[in-house]
Design a protein around this ligand. Structure first.
Ligand code: NDP
Length: 306
């Protein structure tokens, strides 16, 4: 049986692993589908303290992983498919077969990209529809592209895509962006980026690859078609909490509720990072909450006479 299992290998999970392994708890990190988390799909991270000239997201995660490994963290590649938190030790099923038992659990399973929810989007995912400009932008050299969303992610994706695309149209459902001022300014001043306001994507067109989008203006009700080789959906994220919904207290958005630090509604289960934070959602805040979870976990184990 394990002392601590950590679900997730983004900044929250790996920071928890660094602290738990330095406390001699020999943690096991179950890495999940996207090992390294959301930062593995970004380019330069300019706001993580300690890197005055920025660091690439994948490099930051690989450094964190090596740091956790150095202190004795073990890693298991794979995804948790079921959990039983009703009795102790807690039981986790990995990839439908392997059963892992643990005294405590730190959930750092992060969040995933939200989708528009129109049928053509699923059909064309990977065939012109993407949620990751860093991963897929390269395939659209010299093409006209669409980015959907009005937050920082949408601005970042649009700016990044200008490296490849001939033009990027940002489609936003309101006429005010949610993005920070600095990101808005960069996007609005970019000669290759234009905006369509009060507009939603009704359908993504093309078969077998994307050729355009059918749009509707919410103010006038008028429909139009915009030719485009790619559609980048950047409308935010949902927490990866499906496994826990009947076992832990969640808020109305599905985020894990934490009390007094990282404690969840089940003693011995802790949560860190984007899975419990819909406000800050930064690498540094995720890392900080991973540290808190490991310390809370260590104190809990001491209190139950580990
Ligand atoms: P946000 O929740 O901030 O923004 C989501 C955007 O998508 C909003 O403009 C929203 O519209 C729109 N949207 C949501 N659902 C739909 C829908 N169904 N159809 C159409 N549009 C929709 O998410 P982000 O991922 O952009 O950012 C998340 C957090 O990460 C933020 O705190 C952000 O600051 C941070 N971040 C920071 C970066 C940086 O500093 N470099 C880079 C990327 C993210 P509406 O505005 O109308 O609600």
């Amino acid at each position: 049986m394990r002392n601590v299992v950590i679900i997730g290998s983004g900044p929250a999970g790996l920071t928890a692993a660094i602290y738990a392994s330095r406390a001699n708890l020999w943690p096991l990190v179950i890495e999940g589908i996207q090992a390294g988390g959301q930062l593995t799909t970004t380019t330069e991270v300019e706001n993580y303290p300690g890197f005055r000239h920025a660091i690439m997201g994948p490099e930051l995660m690989s450094e964190m992983r090596a740091q956790a490994e150095r202190f004795g963290t073990e890693f298991l590649a794979g995804n948790v498919s079921a959990v039983d938190l009703k009795t102790t030790p807690f039981k986790l099923v990995v990839e439908g077969v392997e059963i892992v038992e643990t005294k405590t659990l730190i959930i750092a399973s992060g969040a995933s990209s939200k989708m528009l929810g129109i049928p053509s989007e699923r059909r064309l995912l990977g065939h012109g529809v993407s949620t990751c400009a860093t991963c897929d932008g390269f395939f659209f050299k010299g093409k006209d592209l669409v980015v959907v969303g009005g937050g920082d992610t949408a601005m970042e994706e649009a700016i990044f895509l200008t490296k490849f695309a001939s033009h990027v149209t940002v489609i936003h459902r309101r006429e005010t962006l949610r993005a920070s001022d600095i990101m808005q300014d960069r996007a609005k001043m970019h000669p290759k980026i234009s905006f369509l306001w009060n507009t939603v994507v009704q359908e993504i067109l093309g078969n077998p690859i994307v050729t355009g989008v059918r749009l509707m203006n919410l103010q006038t009700g008028s429909a139009s078609v915009l030719p485009s080789a790619g559609v980048f959906v950047a409308i935010g994220h949902s927490p990866n909490t499906g496994l826990f919904k009947d076992q832990l207290s969640l808020d109305e958005g599905g985020y894990i509720l934490t009390f007094g630090g990282s404690k969840t509604s089940v003693p011995g289960v802790f949560a860190a990072g984007d899975v419990q934070d819909h406000v800050y959602r930064q690498a540094i805040t995720a890392a900080g909450s991973g540290c808190m979870a490991a310390i809370d976990c260590e104190r809990y184990l001491e209190s139950v006479g580990h």
